[in-house]
Design a protein around this ligand. Structure first.
Ligand code: ADP
Ligand code: ZN
Ligand code: ZN
Length: 756
């Protein structure tokens, strides 16, 4: 039972840095939790104020004799803000960060941003009186007054600009009418609205049977208080978004609000427009391009009940709706749902927690669900729905897999296989569009053979080794290292090296081969400015180019009906990244890339070039066979204890002194190993049946062993039980807190998305 409570007296981003500690009176413990409202004596006068418990602890920050005591607990309904504090406490415990760090993630920064105001002119007399006044003015030929009164009789409130500019009414006229009490000039505050769309409202489409089944089932379950999360597995273009819209409509009818998470990169004008056409200005957006004032206004609008829907990337979760009914997560498998800064939360898991705190339901959708979500659907923890047909009539494309080893053997040294060349020429001739996709993620220094496709892998971890500048090949999971290879260990070829081929090189080669082709390039370099991404997409959409070359950013979301050919230049690139999700990512990217072809009436074709045509990811992607991929990938994850079968905690230790980083990593590893040992020995010396085994790997230097002169070492800890990993994290934190001067700094990452 905790003896002390850390309390903030005002919920705002800045104030969370200054919590005050109070004693918990006996008998009150079980009423306290993070987020609960309490009364506390505050300041020198001990006036009673309301505060929020953010944390309970046994560690006193100053002598308990001098500590004041909580007066009482304030019950009643949870406010949205209280839920956010409870959510922050959960994030702190599940992901490892400070409570302040977690609170700053969920609470909006309350900056001093001026309220925006607008001036308007309103009619201050009855319509009959106004009509009479209008008659008098007409008689006196007071044209300006006539103009204004005529407009005010149509619309009782007019914007100031319209009156002074469009109607050309002078300040004297306004003053005169106001002086007579006929009109009122006033200033009202208004919210900044980040979306300036002026689209006509549209009703929903007539849903297909499969769509209607999902909508009806989910809403009927909701009405009987069933809150089981749902996963919609639906190929691209199968009408998932239309289902989301219908579900939101159902929520609005029930007086509830909805949050829609969409990866930032997929949050295009087209997507937004669909929501606006449906829900008008009851929907808003929350993303990184908003100014602080705009963000704050969206939060105010949500709190006041002026919004029904908010759309945005993962941070949209923290918009405090009074009656949240549903959280929708589109493209559920996207990596960007995991935060890369502390706390390293996953939006899916955090949404599930928030839904639980708010009595809401989570609905996820994807064409290629993450193994995490799909395995939970298979086990029955989530309800599974599927949509298997494209509603616009488009067919799934024909897929060709081209073996690059064979191309080289038969004398084709270009980066385009003969099949791809032939198809590209055909499209150029017919005036149809093509997309060439190159996955640069794989750039990170893995080594492969161009003759046989062999990839240098760690003998212990089944992930590819990374080439370091000193020429050594290193495994970043276990620290295994070996010297660089000069000849391919498999076939003896000299063509073994780090694979390098960027979008620029591809563009150059295209232009050499097809000088008349119009080529657009989209990658990190060409999309630096805010709207260059949209510009390139819309240029391509308007058929201003024949071929679009790009990185993974082009496979997301956009609909190009005239694209009938998609080429994947080297599918292996993403396959050989040195982390266990490489296969899953490759499958997702290939499936999505293929989904770009043939969205219109004409059938599409896809050419996948690869050095490993027999690799299961490529085989299943070519057949668009999610289930086949899922079965095989799960076997691999099980065999090597990777998520979702097991969980992984990465502990990262940083220090400017290398010895210190190593020592800190060794301490952390020792704590983890001794806890693992205890688990094993509990009871009979046999593994305790209810505690799965813990595996501790490392310490090893991180992928980039030193950044800005800070050394980085890490350990990986695996266990099937996530909470066991949380306990190990807690123990490492406790150990470091007890030290007078902890060595270096320490960060945690649960089920990391990237290798360190
Ligand atoms: P997804 O989100 O799965 O990619 P969308 O909801 O965007 O699918 O639908 C793909 C296309 O099909 C869109 O052009 C959409 O307007 C259309 N569509 C969706 N549902 C229907 C329907 N019930 N009837 C006709 N067209 C539909
Ligand atoms: Zn070889
Ligand atoms: Zn290894």
């Amino acid at each position: 039972m905790s003896k002390f409570a850390n309390i903030i007296v005002d919920i705002s981003h800045e104030k969370v840095d200054r919590p005050f500690q109070y004693r918990v009176p006996e008998g009150m413990e079980d009423q306290l939790f993070a987020g609960v409202r309490v009364q506390i004596p505050f300041g020198s006068g001990n006036t009673l104020r309301t505060g929020y418990v953010i944390e309970l602890t046994d560690e006193a920050e100053f002598p308990p004799e001098r500590m004041k005591q909580i007066s009482c607990v304030l019950g009643s309904k949870m406010e949205p803000q209280q839920r956010m504090i409870a959510l922050a406490a959960w994030m702190k415990s599940q992901y490892g960060s400070t409570m302040i760090g977690a609170l700053k993630t969920v609470l909006p920064a309350r900056r001093k941003v001026a309220q925006q105001e607008k001036k308007e002119i309103a009619l201050a007399i009855s319509r009959e009186e106004a009509q009479a006044l209008l008659g008098q003015c007409e008689k006196k030929h007071q044209k300006a007054k006539v103009r204004l009164l005529t407009e005010l009789l149509k619309e009782e409130i007019l914007p100031w600009e319209l009156v002074t500019k469009r109607l050309n009414i002078s300040p004297q006229t306004i003053k005169s009418l106001a002086g007579a009490g006929a009109i009122r000039a006033r200033t009202v505050s208004c919210y900044r609205n980040p979306v300036k769309l002026d689209a006509a409202r549209e009703n929903g489409k007539r849903l297909s049977d499969a769509q209607r089944h999902i909508v009806q089932t989910v809403l009927a379950d909701y009405d009987v208080r069933q809150r089981k999360p749902c996963l919609i597995h639906g190929i691209t273009g199968s009408g998932k978004t239309e289902v989301y819209l219908a579900l939101i409509e159902g929520m609005i009818k029930r007086g509830k609000q909805a949050i829609v998470l969409i990866p930032e990169i997929a949050l295009t004008y087209q997507t937004l427009l669909r929501f606006y056409k449906r829900f008008g200005d009851r929907v808003s957006v929350m993303n990184s391009t908003l100014s602080p004032g705009e963000k704050q206004d969206q939060i105010e609008r949500a709190k006041k009940g002026e919004l029904d829907v908010i759309i945005g990337p993962r941070s949209a979760l923290f918009v405090p709706f009074p009656d949240l009914g549903m959280i929708l997560i589109d493209e559920e498998h996207e990596n960007s749902y995991k935060s890369e800064s502390m706390p390293r939360y996953h939006a899916r898991e955090t949404a599930l927690k928030l839904a639980q705190l708010s009595d809401a339901v989570v609905v996820m959708g994807s064409a290629t669900p993450s193994l995490e979500a799909y395995s939970r659907a298979v086990s029955g923890e989530f309800s599974l729905f599927s949509l298997t047909e494209r509603l616009t009539g488009g067919q799934l494309p024909t897929v060709y897999v081209e073996d690059l080893r064979k191309e080289l053997k038969e004398g084709n040294r270009s980066i385009f296989s003969r099949r791809l060349q032939e198809k590209l020429e055909d499209r150029l001739k017919k005036g149809e569009q093509s997309i060439l996709f190159i996955n640069r993620r794989g750039y990170a220094g893995f080594v492969s053979c161009r003759s046989c496709g062999y990839v240098c892998k760690c003998p212990h971890c089944e992930v590819s080794l990374s080439e370091h500048r000193n020429g050594k090949l290193i495994c970043h999971y276990c620290g295994y290292e070996q010297p660089a290879v000069k000849l391919c260990p498999s076939c003896g070829s000299r063509y073994i090296s780090g694979f390098r081929a960027g979008t620029e090189a591809v563009e150059e080669q295209l232009l050499m081969r097809y000088p008349k082709a119009r080529v657009l390039r989209m990658d990190a370099d060409t999309t630096r400015t805010k709207d260059s991404y949209e510009k390139i997409l819309s240029a391509f959409s308007n058929q201003e180019a024949d071929i679009l070359v790009g990185t993974q950013m082009i496979v997301k979301g956009h609909d190009f009906p005239n694209v009938t050919l998609v080429g994947v230049l080297a599918a292996d690139l993403s396959l050989s990244v040195n982390d266990y999700r490489a296969g899953e990512r490759t499958f997702q990217l290939l499936t999505q890339a293929a989904g770009r072809a043939g969205r219109g009436e004409r059938a599409g074709e896809v050419v996948i070039q690869t050095y490993q045509p027999d690799h299961y990811c490529i085989r299943h992607a070519a057949r668009q066979d999610y289930n086949g991929f899922y079965q095989e990938e799960m076997l691999y994850r099980d065999l090597l204890s990777y998520p979702p079968v097991s969980h992984i905690l990465a502990v990262q230790l940083f220090s400017a002194k290398e010895e210190e980083a190593i020592a800190a990593a060794q301490e952390a590893a020792r704590i983890a190993r001794s806890m693992a040992e205890n688990d094993r020995e509990s009871g009979t010396g046999m593994p305790a049946a209810d505690i799965p085994a813990t595996v501790v790997i490392g310490p090893a230097p991180a992928q980039i062993g030193k950044i800005n002169d800070i050394y980085r070492y890490g350990i990986y800890i695996k266990n099937k039980d996530y909470q066991r990993l949380v306990a190990i994290k807690d123990e490492i934190e406790r150990f470091r807190r007890k030290q007078e001067r902890p060595k270096g700094s320490c960060q945690f990452d649960f089920d990391p998305m990237n290798a360190y």
